[in-house]
Design a protein around this ligand. Structure first.
Ligand code: HEM
Ligand code: HEM
Length: 205
C-alpha cells in the first residue's frame, strides 16, 4: 500500500482507568436494571433475580470503593457539594478541568446511583416479603396473612410496593441525568466516556 509522504503514525498515550470489576459491573447494572424495569414484577422470578444481581453488585461495589484500585476508591472521587457545583458550572462553559477518574459530578452521581439502587432493591425485597412471605427479608418482615390470601385467590396491595415503585422512578430520573452528564462531559473534554467504560482506557492528557 502506498503511504502518503510526510505522514507519521500517531499513537495516542492512554492510561488504564477502569478496572474489570467496575466495567463489567457497570454494564451488568445497565442490563439488569433494564430487565427488572421492563418485567415490572412479572415474570416475578426473572424480575427478582435481575434485582438480586443489582443488589449483590452494589454491595460488592461499595466494598471495592474501599479496597479496590485507585480510581475505584471513594476517596478518589467523593467531594463536597462546592466542588460538584463548581465543576458543573464550568462544564457548560467548557472551562472545567478534566479528571482521569470520576469528576466531582461523576463521583456524586456514582454515590447517588448506588444509594438509589440499594433503596430500590431493598424495598423490592420488602414488597416480596410482605406480599409472598418470600425472599431474604421474609424472616423479619414476612406477612403470612397476605401470602395465604394470595394463595386462596385474594389480592393484597403492599404499601412497600408503592415505595419500591417511587424509588424506581427516582432512579430512572437520575439515570437520565447521568446520561446527560456523560454526554456533556464527553463534549466538554472531547472524549468518548462510554467507550472508556468499555475498554477501561482514557487519553493520558
Ligand atoms: C441503568 C442505567 C445505568 C446505571 C444504573 C448506571 C450507573 C453507573 C454507575 C454506578 C457508575 C459509576 C461506576 C463506578 O464507579 O463503579 C457509572 C459510571 C458511568 N456510566 Fe453509567 N449507568 C447507567 C447507564 C449508562 C449508559 C447507558 C452509559 C453510556 C452511554 C453509561 C456511561 C457511564 C460512564 C461513561 C461512566 C463513567 C463516568 C465518568 O467518567 O465519571 N452509563 N454509571
Ligand atoms: C433496580 C431493580 C428493580 C427495579 C428497576 C424494579 C422495578 C419494579 C417495577 C417497575 C415494579 C412495578 C411496580 C408497580 O407497578 O406497582 C416492580 C414490582 C415489584 N418488584 Fe421490583 N424492581 C427491582 C428490584 C426488585 C427486587 C430486588 C425485588 C425482590 C427481590 C423486587 C420485587 C418486586 C415485587 C414483589 C413487585 C410487585 C410485583 C407484583 O405484585 O406484580 N423488585 N418492580
Amino acid at each position: 500500500m502506498i503511504k502518503p509522504l510526510g505522514t507519521t503514525l500517531m499513537t495516542e498515550k492512554t492510561v488504564h482507568v477502569w478496572d474489570p470489576l467496575v466495567r463489567i459491573g457497570h454494564w451488568l447494572l445497565v442490563v439488569c436494571f433494564l430487565i427488572a424495569y421492563v418485567t415490572e414484577g412479572d415474570p416475578l422470578l426473572v424480575h427478582i433475580w435481575a434485582g438480586y444481581t443489582i443488589a449483590a453488585y452494589v454491595v460488592i461495589r461499595v466494598v471495592w470503593g474501599f479496597v479496590g484500585p485507585r480510581h475505584a476508591r471513594f476517596a478518589d472521587f467523593v467531594c463536597g457539594p462546592g466542588a460538584v457545583f463548581a465543576y458543573l458550572g464550568g462544564l457548560v462553559r467548557r472551562r472545567s478541568p478534566r479528571f482521569i477518574g470520576h469528576s466531582p459530578a461523576g463521583g456524586a452521581m456514582t454515590v447517588a446511583l448506588l444509594c438509589l439502587l440499594a433503596a430500590t432493591t431493598f424495598f423490592g425485597m420488602m414488597t416480596l416479603a410482605d406480599t409472598d412471605d418470600a425472599g431474604p427479608l421474609a424472616p423479619w418482615f414476612g406477612n403470612t396473612g397476605a401470602a395465604d390470601a394470595a394463595a386462596s385467590g385474594g389480592t393484597y396491595e403492599s404499601p412497600y410496593e408503592e415505595i419500591h415503585e417511587t424509588f424506581v422512578n427516582v432512579t430512572l430520573i437520575f439515570v437520565f441525568l447521568h446520561l446527560c452528564g456523560v454526554a456533556l462531559a464527553s463534549w466538554a473534554h472531547r472524549e468518548n466516556l462510554p467507550r472508556s467504560m468499555v475498554t477501561g482506557d482514557k487519553r493520558a492528557e
